[in-house]
Design a binder for this molecule. Structure first.
Ligand SMILES: [Zn+2]
Length: 248
């Protein structure tokens, strides 16, 4: 099918199905029938089952899907998700900070690749028509900034849509789900598998902690690592936030 590709904005043959987010992020989240569990505001009290994961039809040409976005995904997969990031090694340092929290110091992530990977998650969530992303939409100018940055492989400012990652350090996979908390002003949280991605949208939400943890041009990034008990509290909070939003 011919159409206008959402990333390069050229008229091209569009591929039939694009992953909205890369498959490796959903690892272990499908049940034995290949279904994925999500939570959204239309049925907040229970997990909603979605067939075949998060696909979007006819949005990208194959160059954009496989090459432009694919390259960012491969970088992130090879340099974080498939690495032993919960262990102490040359690439990842496990540091205890005051307050009983641990931080995983990622020592050598390519700034441009990983920053654009994160921005591509944010942008794709915004342009997606999938139910799980229905409560999240950026402004037109913000979407265009992200689209152009990803397409042009721009060097984006560190504090443009900074993202802080949080991980459980190993929650049971069968409890995992994907959810979006877009109910707080000025930030959005994406819960997927063993990670929470918090993107700071408003200037007044970005603070020194954001600056320290979000990936920097020095190629370093900090991931907050919480206990299973804390992780369960965080997961319950998204369910409550979703229920509260649906009762408004
Ligand atoms: Zn394209």
């Amino acid at each position: 099918m011919k159409g206008i590709c959402r990333l390069c904005q050229q008229e091209k043959d569009l591929i039939r199905r694009s992953h909205i987010w890369p498959d490796f992020m959903y690892k272990g989240m499908y049940d034995d029938k290949g279904r994925l569990y999500v939570i959204n505001s239309s049925e907040p009290a229970k997990h909603r089952t979605v067939q075949s994961g998060s696909y979007e039809q006819h949005i990208f040409c194959s160059d954009c899907d496989n090459v432009r976005i694919g390259q960012l995904e491969r970088y992130a997969s090879n340099n974080l998700y498939r690495k032993p990031y919960l262990e102490e090694n040359a690439a990842f340092k496990q540091i205890s900070v005051p307050g009983g929290i641990q931080v995983i110091h990622c020592e050598d992530l390519n700034y441009n690749q990983f920053k654009l990977f994160l921005l591509s998650l944010l942008w794709r969530a915004s342009i997606s028509t999938e139910a799980v992303f229905e409560n999240f939409k950026l402004g037109e100018d913000e979407e265009e900034f992200l689209r152009a940055s990803i397409y042009e492989k721009a060097v984006v400012d560190e504090m443009a849509f900074p993202c802080v990652l949080l991980t459980s350090g190993g929650a049971a996979l069968d409890e995992n789900f994907i959810a979006v908390d877009a109910f707080k002003t000025g930030l959005v949280k994406f819960y997927i598998n063993a990670f929470v991605y918090t993107f700071y949208l408003a200037e007044n939400k970005k603070d020194e902690t954001t600056r320290q943890l979000a990936i920097g041009m020095d190629q370093k990034m900090g991931i907050m690592k919480v206990s299973i008990a804390q992780w369960n509290l965080i997961r319950n909070s998204i369910i409550e936030a979703t229920i509260a939003a649906s009762n408004r």
